[in-house]
Design a protein around this ligand. Structure first.
Ligand SMILES: NC(=O)c1ccc[n+]([C@@H]2O[C@H](COP(=O)([O-])OP(=O)(O)OC[C@H]3O[C@@H](n4cnc5c(N)ncnc54)[C@H](OP(=O)(O)O)[C@@H]3O)[C@@H](O)[C@H]2O)c1
Length: 257
């Protein structure tokens, strides 16, 4: 194998939703490959713990930016702050996400709007800010958006989440074809069911958990670490000819009839 294909030495990455779960695992993995990382989430204590863990493990520089990405009008300012502190980022991982589980007939406009803001609107705004920064620097870039099985098929009670994640897929493809001319690659990862805080109520539901196993040929819940190989591929030189794609890391879920 060619040397250094997966190296991220000298790169800087911004990872949202990096206080715990999938975002934390991806940020740690990018740092292990040599990147310095900027972490965004709301909970300062989790960000600080993540910073200490990653710096100790990898010796890389870690910056933290506590912010609520539901405040979409502040996203541009947040990105400027990140650029000022880091000198600019080469890789953007949009991982922050939330959901509401409720029958669609009872869903309120407020909960729908909130999920759309956190999962989709701020992703667009961060991608735009990233693109402007990359163009200004005359440098290529990589965007990795975290999608979902909801990019592939439907399940009851998660209309807002499904709309937002279908939107993430549409945005990924649109930006990929539009920004290829700037050397910006845009891809998505579609995780299967991964054991994190987000899915804690589902893991605790024995019947639901059994259903997940029955739909997952590899017969287990995923772990955040299961996603890091794909993230490294998409962030590194190994992904030089990949753009506009979604990679389902789902234990075989989407392959099963
Ligand atoms: N777990 C799964 O099975 C699964 C499957 C498919 C897709 N996904 C996607 O993967 C991503 C990460 O999910 P996860 O399972 O790792 O969830 P998680 O463990 O709940 O972590 C979510 C992260 O996003 C941050 N976040 C949430 N709302 C935010 C906001 N308004 N502003 C800033 N940060 C916010 C959280 O930090 P704070 O709460 O401190 O802000 C946390 O760091 C999401 O986009 C999710 O949709 C997960």
């Amino acid at each position: 194998m060619e040397n250094g294909l997966f190296d991220l030495d000298g790169k800087r990455a911004l990872v949202t939703g990096a206080g715990r779960g999938i975002g934390l695992a991806v940020a740690r993995a990018l740092a292990r490959q040599g990147a310095d990382v900027a972490l965004v989430a709301r909970t300062q204590g989790q960000l600080q713990a993540a910073k200490e863990q990653i710096e100790t493990e990898t010796g890389r520089t870690v910056w933290v930016f506590p912010a609520d990405l539901a405040e979409v009008k502040h996203v541009g300012r947040l990105f400027e702050e990140v650029v000022r502190a880091t000198g600019g980022v080469d890789i953007l991982v949009n991982c922050a996400g939330t959901t509401v589980r409720e029958p669609s007939e009872d869903a309120s406009l407020e909960s729908f709007q909130r999920v759309m803001d956190v999962n989709l609107t701020e992703v667009l705004l961060l991608c735009q800010a990233f693109c402007r920064q990359r163009k200004q620097a005359g440098r290529p870039g990589r965007i990795i958006n975290i999608g979902s099985l909801a990019c592939h098929a439907a399940r009851p009670t998660i209309a807002a989440y499904a709309c937002s994640k279908m939107g993430v897929l549409a945005l990924t493809r649109t930006l990929a074809v539009e920004w290829a001319k700037y050397g910006i690659h845009v891809n998505a990862i579609g995780p299967g069911y991964i054991a994190t805080d987000l899915t804690a109520p589902l893991q605790a539901d024995a019947q639901f958990s059994q259903w997940v196993l029955s739909k997952t040929p590899l017969n287990r819940w995923g772990r955040p670490e299961d996603l890091v190989g794909t993230a490294i591929l998409l962030a590194s030189r190994a992904g030089d000819f990949i753009t506009g794609q979604i990679f389902y890391v789902d234990g075989g879920w989407t392959a099963l009839v």
